[in-house]
Design a protein around this ligand. Structure first.
Ligand SMILES: Cc1cc2nc3c(=O)[nH]c(=O)nc-3n(C[C@H](O)[C@H](O)[C@H](O)COP(=O)(O)OP(=O)(O)OC[C@H]3O[C@@H](n4cnc5c(N)ncnc54)[C@H](O)[C@@H]3O)c2cc1C
Length: 363
């Protein structure tokens, strides 16, 4: 049952906070978004931003990810100009991936993925120089320009009764076991609910209430080229290179499972990523390295998201996750539903904070 109109403070304007704020605003809540910087996020601008339900996950997490892929389509239809392109992913042969097992399992789960031969790969990605006999094609996957998407969502949420504050949250304000707002240098911003979607800073913000949120922050390196004419349609997942072409024409690439190795010397790692991207497309000679980025992935234990109300504290909702780009539309929709209607969707059931949080003692 709907609670009527409430005031919500959302801490964080990366892709996760922006999506939650937009979905709350769309449902009529008054929303104040607070971020330590301009909208766009911290991990979000340094992300490959591949939207996927790749083979590494169990069924319940697969279900949440595929729901979010569908929600990206809904958002794109509802918000013309949202920078997202769902043009599929090609999975090339990889020593760490059994393509046939992946396709068999995901097809049985209702996912649109199929094995393709070299000719079909050439039709889907004509500029790719990798020429395997077999690959897998997941046609509903894609990518977002996630920093721009976060900005876009904050901006359109601002068309309603939503405001944005560039301010650092120093801690949560609480009274009688209930969080009532956030503290900034300029004073306390009050809300009926506070959502903390602050990425890697989330544990620090919760710590003041005695809540210990376990979070790892592994680094990830990406190499970005200067813009080139169209070379890639979708996302390419190869052995040692994941890459895509952004809407502005630049290619971006990261190492698949060995990112940490390349980070020992990030400059050299960037050049190595450029070499791998150049090897993979037929105009490889024309690729020039524009910049490298190093981002820190907000990664809860086991890699699954933490979404929901920490036990023993009213007025507080947490949303922290890796794969936040994939998950943002579903998390935004379902968090708004939980906050405004009091209904927790079954898809979120395995991912509540109660499984990890220790020591909540809001006073
Ligand atoms: C190299 C790399 C590759 C990745 N690849 C993918 C991928 O392909 N697909 C995918 O789905 N995910 C990927 N991820 C993960 C994804 O980028 C993150 O899960 C996602 O960006 C997290 O978004 P967020 O909004 O939670 O956090 P962030 O973008 O980090 O935003 C945090 C927000 O909180 C605010 N904040 C922090 N502290 C405070 C404070 N004290 N007061 C006020 N505001 C505060 C910040 O200002 C910011 O607005 C990747 C990440 C990295 C680093």
């Amino acid at each position: 049952m709907s609670r009527g109109r409430i005031q919500v403070v959302v801490v964080g304007a990366g892709i996760v906070g922006a999506s939650i704020a937009w979905h709350l605003a769309r449902r009529g809540a008054w929303v104040t978004i607070v971020a330590d910087g301009e909208p766009g996020g911290v991990a979000t601008p340094n992300s490959l931003s591949w939207i996927n339900s790749n083979p590494r996950f169990p069924r319940d997490y697969f279900d949440l990810r595929t729901r979010s892929m569908a929600e990206w389509r809904r958002l794109a239809a509802e918000l013309p100009g949202l920078p997202v392109k769902l043009a599929g992913s090609v999975y090339l042969p990889d020593k760490d991936l059994d393509l046939e097992a992946f396709v068999a399992q995901h097809t049985a789960w209702g996912y649109r993925v199929r094995l393709i031969d070299g000719d079909e790969l050439k039709r889907i990605e004509p500029h790719l120089t990798f020429a395997p006999e077999m690959a897998a094609y997941a046609e509903d996957e894609g990518a977002a320009e996630s920093e721009d998407a976060a900005r876009f969502l904050v901006e359109v949420a601002g068309d309603g009764d939503t405001s944005f504050r560039n301010a650092r949250v120093e801690g949560l304000a609480s009274s009688d076991g209930r969080v009532i707002g956030v503290r900034t240098a300029d004073g306390t911003l009050l809300g009926d609910e506070v959502v903390v979607a602050a990425g890697v800073a989330t544990p620090e913000i919760l710590a003041g209430l005695g809540i210990e949120l376990p979070l790892e922050t592994p680094a990830g390196l990406l190499a970005h080229t200067t813009p080139v004419p169209p070379l890639l349609n979708g996302v390419i997942l190869g052995d040692g290179i994941h890459m895509r072409q952004k809407l502005d024409g630049c290619l971006v690439g990261g190492a698949s499972y060995e990112g940490a190795l390349l980070l020992d010397d990030a400059e050299a790692g960037g050049r190595e990523l450029l070499r791998r991207m150049s090897e993979g497309v037929d105009a490889g000679d024309s690729l020039e390295l524009d910049r490298i980025t190093v981002g820190y992935r907000p990664t809860p234990p086991k890699g699954f998201p933490i979404v929901g109300r920490p036990p023993g504290v009213d007025g507080l909702y947490v949303a922290v996750m890796h794969s936040g780009v994939t998950l943002a539309p579903a998390i935004g929709l379902l968090a708004a539903q939980e906050l405004l209607d009091g209904e927790r969707d079954a898809l979120l059931a395995p991912f509540g904070p109660e499984q990890y949080l220790m020591g909540a003692d809001a006073a």
